[in-house]
Write a protein that binds this ligand. Sequence first.
Ligand SMILES: [Zn+2]
Length: 475
Amino acid sequence: MLKRVLFTVVLAHVCLSVHLVSQIRFEKYFTDETCRFDYVHTGTKGSEQFSLSAVSTEGAWPGSLVRLVDTLNLGEYQFRVVDVEEDRVIYSRGYSTIFNEWQTTDEAMHGAYRSFNESVRFPLPRRKVKIEFYRRNKRMEFVKVYATDLDPGDVAINREKPLSGMPVTKVMHHGSPHEKVDIVILGDGYTKKEMKKFLAQARHYTDQLFATHPFASRKKDFNVWAVSVASNESGVDEPDKKIWHRTALGVSYNTFGSARYALTMDNDAVRKYAAVAPYDFVCILVNNARYGGGGIYQLYATCFTGAESKETAWHGDYVFVHEFGHSFGGLGDEYYTSDVPYTDFLPAGVEPWEPNVAALVTRDELKWRDLVAASTSLPTEWQKSVYDSLSAVPRTLQRNAPDYAAKRKTVLDSVTNFLDRHPLTGVIGAFEGAGYMSKGLYRPAVNCRMFSKSLVDFDPVCSRAINSMIDLYTK
Ligand SMILES: [Zn+2]
């Protein structure tokens, strides 16, 4: 058997707190350009290896000039740019990867290896730096897993200009990219003839996002750009239907065997097209009416567009904002009834890093305890058994039956009614059932955009996380 462990994570974790207190002066350490660091992330369950593939510049730096060190402690990974001369962290961001999701699939559990292309972006340093990568251990502490030197004077750094000739539309503009969150919307599977449709949908989903609390009240902190990327063919890949289309970004349904999980593994294409506009966050609209999407923290969110039927026309509105909650806010799924392809997404007994999912729920430990009223019991009883019996019904229905859609709608409406009229609406507590687990994980409110399939706003804990993220890019 030639199975080899490529890399074992046994390195001491490093405390960053010393670096967080003092402000980094941008001009001293950085030029106002973007540096993109590409690497291949290889491994299987329990082991991983990073290897540098390319470093390039990508136009002006769109991020904050002030909030350079990440204080939010979100994400499965964190990268740090360390000034060598002063041994000081001058930039950092938490993020998550498709690789770490893949590690929880059966394929990885059985020892298969796979490689994923990933990138991190940071302002181009003026002098030599170390790029350090950290991964959370089982206790959720960041442990260094890879580090490499970067000399900004290296002639091998690719300084080609970003792609030209791609029309960029200002969907929403409120000011300098340095002081705003910049979202770039890309489309996949739209032909040249469908560019009008793409732009109309980019506007539609932007409106949906900013109709949802708390984004609605922070609209002026955002710029939204749409890059008109044309694909040769209309629609994206649907492997389970044997439908294949060569598209600009390579989005495909059936990621990790899940019918509705639509991601692209073509990191280079996404980055290349996104860099045509100033961006902090990427949204990909998928030119396909089949329900689906996905969102990875600090990578991108995808969303189907259009609708399978008139009755379900709002589903895309729900998905777009929900997936953006993952990719922007680092929010975890609060639902627990759906089948997902992961087998150990959150290990038992571990407090997840997601700001809206908790395992520890005593009054002293609960991470959103400052928002819980003294009169609210912890954990908070919420008639879970009623909800469970209502939401179990759709899985008993025959998918191929002619009245499937109608029957399913009736059941889902009853679930929505239960949540909308719940006596604990507006109460912040610890409601059992979150993060794909029916037991042992808790969410902050009865209902939220990260919990139920409806157009409900984000709950107060998710809203606080979203607001903190907006501040990181705008303050
Ligand atoms: Zn989700």
